[in-house]
Each structure stands twice: as C-alpha cells, then as structure tokens.
Design a protein around this ligand. Sequence first.
Ligand SMILES: NC(=O)c1ccc[n+]([C@@H]2O[C@H](COP(=O)([O-])OP(=O)(O)OC[C@H]3O[C@@H](n4cnc5c(N)ncnc54)[C@H](O)[C@@H]3O)[C@@H](O)[C@H]2O)c1
Length: 280
Amino acid sequence: MMPAMASRQIVAGRTCVVTGAGSGIGRALAQRLAGQDCPVAICDWDEDGLRDTEATIAGPVLAKKLDVRDRGAQMAFASEVAEWAPAPFGMVVCNAGVTVSQLAAEAAPEDDEWVMDVNFWGVIHGTRAFLPILLEQGSGAIVNVSSVFGLIGFPSQSAYCASKHAVRGYTESLRHELRGSGVTAVAVHPGGIQTNIVRHSRFHKDDQGNTDRTVLEREFDNIARTSPAKAAQTIQDGVEKGKGRILIGPDAAMLAGLLRMAPVSYYSVMKRLEPLVRRS
Ligand SMILES: NC(=O)c1ccc[n+]([C@@H]2O[C@H](COP(=O)([O-])OP(=O)(O)OC[C@H]3O[C@@H](n4cnc5c(N)ncnc54)[C@H](O)[C@@H]3O)[C@@H](O)[C@H]2O)c1
C-alpha cells in the first residue's frame, strides 16, 4: 500500500516567517513570498542585510534584528509576529545558518560550537517559538533548512555536517509527532546554492588542504549551480505539495540517488565524479 501523502499546505496569502533573511536563500524566500501576497516577518543578525531585504519588499513586512542563538529573543519575536500577523500563518522557515571549514583533528572548538549553536540551536529555538502558534491554528509548516550535508559526511565540514544531520533528525522526529495535527515539519536539503554562505564562513583549511579562503570561495562559485530564487521556488512548491523532505538542485537529487546505491562508499564515487561537476 502507498503511504498516505501529507496534507497540502497553503502558503500564498498567509503570514510567513523567515530567519536569516538578510542574504541568500532567506532573502530570496522573503521576496518570493511577499510577491505572492504573503505578509512576511523576517529576521537576521546582520542589520544592513536585513534592511536591504526589507527595502525590496512592497507588501506588509516586519523586520527584526535578531541572533537565532538567543532563545528569549526568538520567543519574543514569535509573540511580536503573532500580534502583528495580518493573515493566518503559512510557513515558518528556520533558515539562518553558518559554516566553518576545518579538519576535525585540528578544529578550533569555539568554531565548532558556533556552527552548532547557530545551525542546530537556532533551528530548535525557532521551531519551539512558533510551533504553538501553528498548533493553535491547526495548520501551517515548520520548514527547517538542513543541507545535502545533512545526508552525507564531507571532509573539513564535520561540525556543519553534524549540525545539519541534527536538524534533519529533529525535524523528521517532529514531523512524526505532528501527524494528525494539521501542522507539518519539513526538512530542506539544498545542494550548492549561489549565496554568500562561504563568504560568511569561518575558515582554517578546506578539504583539499588549502589554507587560502579565496581558493574555497572560487571553488564554491564554480560548483554551486542553483540560484537562490530557484531554491525559494523549490521550497514553496515542496511545502505546498505536502512533501516531508525537499531536495534542492540536480546535485542534491544526484547525491540522494548515490547514497541509496552506495550508502557507505559514496565519497569514493563522488571523488571520481568530481571533475565532471566542475565548470570548465
Ligand atoms: N548555499 C548553499 O550552497 C547551501 C547549501 C545547503 C544548505 N544551505 C543552508 O541554507 C541556509 C541559508 O544559507 P545561505 O546559503 O543563504 O547563506 P547566506 O550566508 O547567504 O545567508 C545566511 C543568512 O543567515 C544569517 N545568519 C547567520 N547567523 C545568524 C544568526 N546567529 N542569527 C541570525 N541570522 C544569522 C546571515 O547573516 C545571512 O544573512 C543555511 O542554513 C545554510 O546552511 C546553504
């Protein structure tokens, strides 16, 4: 028997929340949703980026400078958004994230903690702040941004991979808990998206042993194929279709397929395929 599809979620016209909306995927999501008549509540710790996003939005917008690691600030933001919301809630996207490039054996512990605090605790605080509001209204989606690195491990990204696997485990558990509530929880796994994630990262050494961050920035620009606007579209479409897991980009689909065929030895296959995925 086919498993029952999750119920469809309405997003257009509903109040939506996006963390980390001052750049990249978060900014593109806020802009896309606003273009579909969604009042948007956005936050970021980078006030300049946040204000730049806000300035591009013509409809109702509530923008708040906020560090997602701060549980109290996320709770206060949720209360403020609930007071303000001109329409029922559609989706709450816990998107803010950071990374560090360093080998596990040489890792600066404070950088590993930074990544876990933003990527994992930031998502948990955001989920717990907004979930009661969605449960009260009996609809809506908690959308937590993981990564393809929440499906595989990758050299020099041990803390990032750990944080994104944690987001996936948390979100999938929540999804099962929410069965029958009308609310859903969705894990998003982007492949390479053309954003500032690497420029905003902390850097010690990459997977090739490079200690010059500009090399990694160039590599990333070379490999990341999907635009933030396309990522935003994929997220909205996936949520509206009731998907529990959303993969973004052909690289993410390819990796998910590879993982099914080679659940342990996927990295060896990836290394062999590497020259094919680089732009000439
Ligand atoms: N770009 C990719 O290739 C890619 C791939 C997989 C997953 N992701 C994930 O997508 C999400 C969005 O990243 P992006 O690629 O748009 O990167 P980005 O750096 O362009 O945007 C991330 C935003 O999060 C904000 N942010 C970081 N720490 C914060 C904090 N403590 N409090 C509030 N805001 C904070 C930043 O200021 C920035 O505006 C992240 O969770 C990232 O891990 C990105």
